[in-house]
Design a protein. Structure first.
Length: 454
């Protein structure tokens, strides 16, 4: 059976998960196809097209990691180099962690400190060299390399490493190392990169189902390595094509060894309770679907969501972006699943749930916190789990636009995993982490660690 027309597929999904604007593209052995919906901005509507730039959020991390891997390929850096060899100004709260932290830990979320907070949040214009001096304020939760915990500031630190090694500001290093040689002319960071181009703005949904513009739009400069890129869908597919290639550009110039690109898609650590994947490589999250490896990375900013998936075995890639929240997360999930099923016959398994049992699962009720979120888990009279979320600012709780209470379903097995069943975070996975005595001490939400507070 021939695959469904992309425009028809996109229209059908938008009807179920309304968003102001969306773009969908696939790359298959050099053939590129697009589908578009809606507008860039409800206040100043322009149609979305292949040149429209979306904020791609954490997909930016794949660029930071690839740039470091280019230095590895050139023999300038190794993955086992101590980070302080290249960032001598670095200080950590834990001296032992400082001595054992290596470059690899920055590229696969195993640095070990609480890295959930977006970097550079104090001063939107602060450069990376200033943010590095704040890392020693972050609590060290694990020795480097012990386990995966999503780490924004670890990738920001990789960006500072790039600055020190190349002698360039991070933005200029990414342009010279990657964007310019690959020909990604509609990808950039600054207002100067964007002023002449059509850009989307994020939106949040109102109670009446309409959308309003989400402000602010601008991203902190020190957070550029972890989430600051703005890019067109056409450039995202070109980026995917480069990663599915042998490390050469269109003119045949060698940019990076093909073996180093392939190494980014090899598992370095397994994941538990994560909708991001089954394992993490270097810069990519990895999932096996029907025995086929899929490498991917999602990204979110204020009211915008995007995802990029690579299927190396089939030389196939999917890029999707939208400028609406919170429905955008559900839109992305259904869109990528539909494309993989329709074009490659790959079907993600449906999560299998079982009842919560205190004896089997431990006492999960309580408050869990990171530097960014406060999560409160409760059990109702029917034995169902509920979780409420609030954003933190220091020790204070602040209102959280677009995030609401949700129900949790316990996943089959005995790994403490759960699935968010409804609300803004529907479809995310997590896990209750127990110590050697079986006591629940942490909650991991999509690999972001939260320590039990109460």
């Amino acid at each position: 059976m021939a695959p469904t027309d992309l425009n028809t597929q996109l229209t059908d999904i938008v009807e179920r998960h309304p968003v102001p604007g969306a773009a969908l593209g696939i790359w298959h052995e050099g053939d590129v196809r697009f589908a578009f919906h809606g507008y860039t901005n409800v206040e100043n509507p322009l149609p979305v097209n292949s040149r429209t730039r979306f904020q791609i959020g954490s997909i930016s991390k794949t660029y930071a990691v690839t740039a470091v891997m280019r230095l590895v390929s050139d023999g300038v850096v190794t993955l086992d180099d101590p980070v302080r060899q290249h960032v001598p100004e670095l200080r950590l709260a834990d001296q032992a962690a400082l001595e054992t932290l290596v470059v690899r830990n920055l590229l696969n979320h195993t640095a070990g400190w609480d890295g959930s907070m977006t970097s550079g949040c104090r001063d939107i214009d602060a450069p990376l060299k200033e943010f590095v001096h704040c890392i020693n304020e972050l609590e060290q939760l694990d020795p480097p390399g012990a386990r995966v915990a999503y780490n924004n500031s670890g990738v920001a630190l990789a960006g500072r490493l790039l600055e020190n090694v190349t002698g360039q500001d991070y933005e200029d290093a990414i342009r010279s190392l990657l964007l310019e040689p690959i020909g990604l002319n509609r990808t950039g960071f600054t207002t100067d990169d964007l002023v002449a181009e059509r850009c989307t703005v994020g939106h949040q949904e109102n109670d009446d189902g309409n959308f309003h513009v989400a402000r602010p739009w601008r991203w902190p400069r020190a957070a550029n390595p972890e989430g600051g890129l703005v890019s067109s869908l056409g450039d995202q597919l070109a980026w995917a094509a480069f990663h599915l290639g042998d490390g050469t550009t269109e003119d045949g110039s060698r940019l990076i060894k093909g073996s180093h690109l392939a190494a980014m898609r090899r598992p370095t650590k397994c994941l538990v309770g994560s909708s991001l994947g089954d394992a993490v490589g270097l810069g990519w999250f990895l999932t096996e679907i029907d025995g086929t490896l899929v490498a991917s990375h999602p990204g979110s900013t204020n009211g915008q969501h995007a995802e990029l998936l690579l299927v190396p075995e089939h030389r196939f890639a999917v890029a999707v972006a939208t400028n609406g929240a919170p429905s955008g997360m559900r839109f992305l999930r259904e869109t990528t699943n539909a494309v993989l099923a329709d074009h490659l016959g790959l079907h993600r398994p449906r999560p299998q749930l079982r009842p919560y049992n205190t004896d089997r699962d431990g006492d999960v009720a309580g408050v869990f916190a990171s530097s960014l979120l406060r999560l409160e888990v409760s059990v109702d009279d029917d034995g169902e789990l509920h979780m409420s979320l609030a954003l933190r600012s220091g020790d204070e709780i602040v209102a959280s636009d677009g995030i609401e209470s949700c129900r949790l379903g316990v996943l089959s097995g005995d790994r403490g995993e759960f699935l968010v069943l409804d609300g803004a975070l529907e479809g995310l996975m997590g896990a209750f982490v127990r110590d050697a005595n079986g006591t629940v001490t942490e909650l991991s939400l999509d690999t972001r660690l939260h320590q039990r507070a109460v």
